[in-house]
Design a binder for this molecule. Sequence first.
Ligand code: FAD
Ligand code: SF4
Length: 574
Amino acid sequence: MQGFEGRRNWRLLGCELKDRYMPPRSDQFDFDYIVIGSGFGGSVSAHRLVEKGYHVAVMEIGRRWTPDDLPRTSWSIHRWFWHPKIGLRGFFNMRFFRHVTIFHGCAVGGGSITYAGTLLPPPEKVWESGSWTGLADWKTEMPRHYATAARMLGVRENKILGPADHLLQRAAEAAGSGHTFYRTKVGIFQAAEGEPGCQTFPDPFFGGEGPERTTCIACGGCIMGCRYGAKNTLDLGYLYLAEKRGARVFPETKVVNVRPLNGASDGSTGYEVCTVKSTAWIRRQPQRFTCRGVVFSASSLGTMELLFRLKEKGSLPAISPQLGKHVRTNSESLIGARVPGCAEDLSQGIAIGSGIYIDEHTHIEAVRYPGGSDTMSFLTTILTDGRPGSRRIGLWMKNVLGSLLRHPLKTLRLFQPWGWAREAVILLCMQALDGHIEMCWRRPWFWPFRKFLVSHGDKVPTYIPQANEFARTFAQVAGGTAMSTLPEILLDVPGTAHCIGGCIIGDSSTHGVVDSRHRVFGYTNMYICDGSVVAANLGVNPSLTISALTERAMSFIPPAAEAAWNDAAVAPSG
Ligand SMILES: Cc1cc2nc3c(=O)[nH]c(=O)nc-3n(C[C@H](O)[C@H](O)[C@H](O)COP(=O)(O)OP(=O)(O)OC[C@H]3O[C@@H](n4cnc5c(N)ncnc54)[C@H](O)[C@@H]3O)c2cc1C
Ligand code: SF4
């Protein structure tokens, strides 16, 4: 067991060992592979490619974080939100579209810096729907890739149930779903039974090859970034090992162009990748790199946006017209409850410690923010039912006014932000039912001067009646008030942290953007490994699936010594 200080040495150790393991550079190219994005898909790709002997670079738009520079609470907006043009250099972003608000991570380690650490496999039936059905024997192949990803991400059952989890269990019992209550599987380093948290140990996950780690103290802060080094973020796992073996990570580096080299329009003679410094305001420090293969891992939203831009400007014109189709939001709704003056601190525990199923399709998890991180209170309001539109807004106003008249003090306490994280539980409701939107590259009506990523198609429902019913039961059991989120009521826009799809797996470019080995139709040695390839609603948090799919995709790439550099998607004949 070692002191807290010792944790900081792992980065230095990584740098020293990197030089020893660095594979020789190819003569003609700066790198064999350039991976765009360092999240789940990107880190798994980088690690497996380096392991196979390739010379790899990882380009990441976000910053590198250590436990010491993470924000203490969500009031440190500039260190939480990512919007470098206005001076916000955090690791979390919200993107607003007409059909959905998308929450996502942006950092070295991608979404893992802000994610809650929940790593669940989806039900088997997800392989029976969507455009990937029948393209591989998924049910036979995937379990071993899930097992590898779960081992690498250090997945264990959650041992720490906080007050919010006990409330979820009691509410589930009251609603008749008590038997479905389960402890989540998480990528968090937890102390042995009966041992205290905050103890530092030598690498517990990779046979001594990984960094030192500290056990969880159940502060509920996972979503604000773990300041104790207990959450198994990618920069402490896959990406750490990739860097240690020679991958070069370029933080604060935004990829702005990828185009085939030497006139071979399919990329068979390599690619040029152009970048700019993402945090620079004026001097954007453009750089140009060459490589033989490219892996797009910029997340569902990031990869779609980049590919639309590159297709439009003629760099990658052959990308399938399916780009942007079948974008899924996991059919989510955020509801919850607040208990003003609650005797217990509901922020204690891990961010998502438990879940339940209120029916076959509807999965609910109890989510919390750490004490002091009260800014999310501005997005919550009194629970309101009803069909979207002006009638729901009217009903919401009636609810708020009625509550103010009946219990003015109680209602004001409900809306004031201070103490929100200690008094509130968010219920993340996910449905495994199909429903999707489309993204396209258009000039929006309010700003016709340039094209942007915009959503269109049928709206995904923002109101899940059985979820609202459960929120009411939960509030009753907790002695508090049930809550909805404001954008869902006022704008009829659901929020999701689990945007997937947009470059889905299909049998040809008529049905997808990549084949079942994640090779991009129309190009050679080009892959997409991130949430954008997922072709069905998973009904559970997607990171484990993204990692497992990437493990599978990488398993088809030969070792560097045997590389023929002619890997292209083949549509099935007939
Ligand atoms: C608050 C929150 C909590 C969550 N909790 C969970 C959870 O508990 N369990 C779970 O399974 N999922 C969770 N998620 C979702 C999870 O974070 C994502 O599903 C996952 O990170 C997606 O992995 P990915 O590989 O597709 O991309 P990401 O992990 O998002 O990584 C993509 C990376 O690419 C970078 N990038 C984008 N464009 C460019 C560019 N042009 N150039 C260079 N780099 C670029 C981005 O900055 C980002 O770092 C959560 C998300 C949020 C926001
Ligand atoms: S609960 Fe706190 S210590 Fe535990 S993983 Fe989350 S942020 Fe880290």
